[in-house]
Every structure is written in structure tokens, then in C-alpha cells.
Ligand binder design. Structure first.
Ligand code: TYD
Length: 207
């Protein structure tokens, strides 16, 4: 078999805080395991011991916008080297709770960092690697807010105001339109069963 044939697949999960992505990652993991895949679950920022330290800083410390973007990509660099690439080379499936689309959406859309700088970081840190499939959980802001307030103490990002999340959501949707072959938008206002049906449809060719 060729290297390409044995290489695993890379799936990412995205959406504004409170869109419900965490609820559905477990379901996708089960679907893939039932289909006989070896699944590695991870997250960003984080996914490695160093990345988790960076996550703690990123989610709780105030910092310059570009510092934030650089630390997101520093965490990502480590994650790719330690987790993602070795797993894909073994033929495993990597499921990451967020990846570079989140940097474009939060640091780019939400905070207004120049898109060409984001693209430069992307080309530096992973010039060739892209997710095979990105599931974007989309809900209107009011729904996301209600879910967040009901569930937990809020981190630095989750404490942002509505206009920030509107910009984050718009940037996610803009990217979904830009990369229609990779990003599948899941209407996360639906019932859990309906979302699961959409997830099965998105993954059908691999199940
Ligand atoms: P999140 O994935 O929502 O985790 P949890 O469900 O445990 O709260 O939290 C990660 C936060 O980090 C989220 O608010 C988005 C933000 N983030 C960025 O701003 N840029 C990035 O590149 C990444 C990966 C995450």
C-alpha cells in the first residue's frame, strides 16, 4: 500500500462557544470506533503537556492580540509535531476540538487581527496539513449564550460581548463559504437526533 493509502484522517470541530460542539464530538468518536477506526481525540489550544500550559495562559491572562495569536500557533506547532502527524502516519484518525479555523475566527474575525498575518502563521506552522473534514456547529448568538450561561463559569473568551461572537460566527461562515469542500456547516439549533443524522451524512463515505 502507498503511504497516502495508509495515512489516517484529520477531522476538526469548530463553532462559537456554546454552539454544542463538545456534546457531539463523543458521538462522532463512537461512530468512527464502531466503523473500526482507531481514534485519537485532542483539542486546541492544548493537546500536549506544553500546549495545556499555554491553554491555561490563553484562557485566563489578558495579552496583546498578536501575542494571543502567536501562542495559539505555538500550541498548534507542538500539537502537530507531538500528536497529529505521528497519529496520521500510524493510520489513526485524529479528532481535534478546534484548529486553525478557530484562530481565523477568534483572533481574526473577533479581535480583528489582519488576515494576511494569520495566513502567514498558517503557512509557517502547517504549510501542507489541512483537515480532511471540518464540522462547523452553527447557532445564533442568543442560543449559544443561553447554553453557556446555563452550564459553567466563563473563561476569558466566553466573557466577551455579543458583537465579538457575531464577528467570530461571521468569520466561521465566511470560511465555510470559502472552503465548501472541507467545511460542513451543521445547524446546531436542531434536536440532538437531527444533528446526529447530519453528522452521519457528513461522514458517510468513511463509515
Ligand atoms: P473551547 O474549545 O470552547 O473549550 P471549552 O469547551 O473547554 O471551553 O475553548 C477554547 C477557547 O479558545 C475558545 O473560546 C476559542 C479559543 N480559541 C481561539 O481564540 N483561537 C484558537 O486558535 C483556538 C484553537 C481557540
Amino acid at each position: 500500500m502507498t503511504l497516502a493509502a495508509t495515512r489516517g484522517r484529520f477531522l476538526t470541530f469548530e463553532g462559537i462557544d456554546g454552539a454544542g460542539k463538545s456534546t457531539h464530538i463523543g458521538y462522532v468518536t463512537d461512530l468512527l470506533k464502531d466503523a473500526g477506526k482507531t481514534v485519537v481525540s485532542s483539542r486546541e489550544p492544548g493537546g500536549t503537556p506544553l500546549g495545556e500550559k499555554l491553554r491555561d495562559l490563553l484562557l485566563h491572562e489578558k495579552m496583546h492580540l498578536e501575542t494571543e495569536a502567536l501562542l495559539m500557533f505555538a500550541s498548534r506547532r507542538e500539537h502537530i509535531a507531538q500528536v497529529i502527524e505521528p497519529a496520521l502516519a500510524r493510520g489513526d484518525w485524529v479528532l481535534s476540538d478546534r484548529f486553525t479555523d478557530a484562530s481565523f475566527a477568534y483572533q481574526g474575525g473577533g479581535r480583528g487581527m489582519d488576515r494576511t498575518k494569520m495566513e502567514a502563521l498558517e503557512h509557517w506552522v502547517h504549510p501542507l496539513l489541512q483537515p480532511d473534514l471540518t464540522l462547523l456547529f452553527d447557532v445564533p448568538l442568543a442560543v449559544a449564550r443561553e447554553r453557556l450561561d446555563a452550564t459553567r463559569a466563563l473563561d476569558k473568551f466566553e466573557q466577551e460581548q455579543a458583537d465579538f461572537f457575531e464577528k467570530v460566527r461571521n468569520e466561521y461562515l465566511r470560511r465555510a463559504a470559502q472552503f465548501p469542500g472541507r467545511i460542513v456547516v451543521i445547524d446546531s439549533t436542531q434536536s440532538i437526533d437531527a444533528v446526529r443524522a447530519d453528522l452521519r451524512a457528513a461522514l458517510e463515505k468513511w463509515l
